[in-house]
Design a protein around this ligand. Sequence first.
Ligand code: NDP
Length: 417
Amino acid sequence: MGEKREDSASVTRRTFVGAAGASLLAGGAAIAQAVPEVPNRAVGRPRPRDLPAEPLPDDRRLGFAVVGLGKLALSEIVDAFGVTRRARLAALVSGDRDKARRVGARYGVPEDALYGYEDFDRIAGDPRIDAVYIVLPNGLHREFAERAFRAGKHVLCEKPLATNVADCEAMIAAARTAGRKLMTAYRCQFEPHNLTAMRMLRRGELGEIKVVSADIGRAADPTDPSDQWRLDRELAGSGSLFDIGIYALNGARFLLNEEPVEVRAQLFAKPGDARFAEVEDVVAWQMRFPSGVLFNGSTSYSYAFSNSIQVIGTGGIMTFDPAIEYHAQRLRIRAGGQDRVIQWSPIDQFAREIDHFCASISDGIPVVADGEEGLQDVRLMLAILEAGRTGRAVATDWGYRRSADPATTVPDGQGVA
Ligand code: NDP
């Protein structure tokens, strides 16, 4: 289990000791344990001390094919398989055979487990693959999810689930037809700061919540291939809202554990900025929740990197800043006359998310962030864009309720069942 550090003048330091008997991190020092020698496992970053149990033996772990070897896959996901305890990296799918070979050689994926997009359907006959992890541009998620389900595999799909409602619904239907699981890769729902905040809010520790605000954006670089598809409406869906604004939306929803009933928005792109020929730049939006909580947020592909979420209640304030980092979230809580900073030791959110998906497949526990959860965000983002285009409020009370609340489904600080 992860460790949590609280800095406060008025609160004694507390240690959150888990199954592994973790101790307080001195000064936030990074964990630097040696990677244990485990045969046939991907070599990843050092194993965090927070994972409570030893990895399952290889033959009991589920095999994953990672589809699309871009920035996220190569910087985070293939390494995450080095610290998962229920999953193993079994195959790679790429349009670039040489890259796949290089990555395969580094992570121990054999040549006969390297697939291209054309021969992807051959995974149906590969018993080493139980599930695929789709890390492709958003507009390709549906095609590869449907092909994976037809091949009889489970699908973990990066956010946003797809670029439109019809594609999300088709993916959900394909999962049902195939009798396989679909999960949207919302890593923050397995992240200890977020889990801590969710539980505090469920217990009413900030009193009655009044306002949530969030600003999440960055400057898109049109010379970066990884950003080029993000500025293409067909591949991206929309601009920063579908890419990183989605964290503000999804975060507000899971922190509050309720769904917005109305959205309003304004859109802006500076005339002449070629980046925004097809997608929005700034989206500033409001949401009203049934409890009366108001959300106010923005996202942009042209402002400085911004990454914060704040919740204000009658009894206190909680601030995530940064809110969506891969390894270094920070949560400040000012409530009850105390001012605390909670900082868990670095953990691998992707490994937790993958292990949770494995648990849902193998043990039948409910999937946190299932396909419906991904659909809800896509539906809401499209409503926000509609509100921005029309200047009118858009009603969003479609009756959706999440099937599994991470606050009660994901073990504290673990994310693995
Ligand atoms: P990249 O552009 O870096 O990688 C995408 C990869 O997809 C490419 O490298 C390429 O891999 C493959 N690909 C196949 N067809 C195309 C195409 N037509 N255009 C471009 N690439 C193609 O993107 P990211 O890795 O940053 O993002 C991938 C997905 O992950 C997105 O859905 C994004 O929203 C999500 N994401 C999630 C994050 C999170 O924290 N959960 C963070 C970042 C991204 P190859 O060369 O192997 O064929």
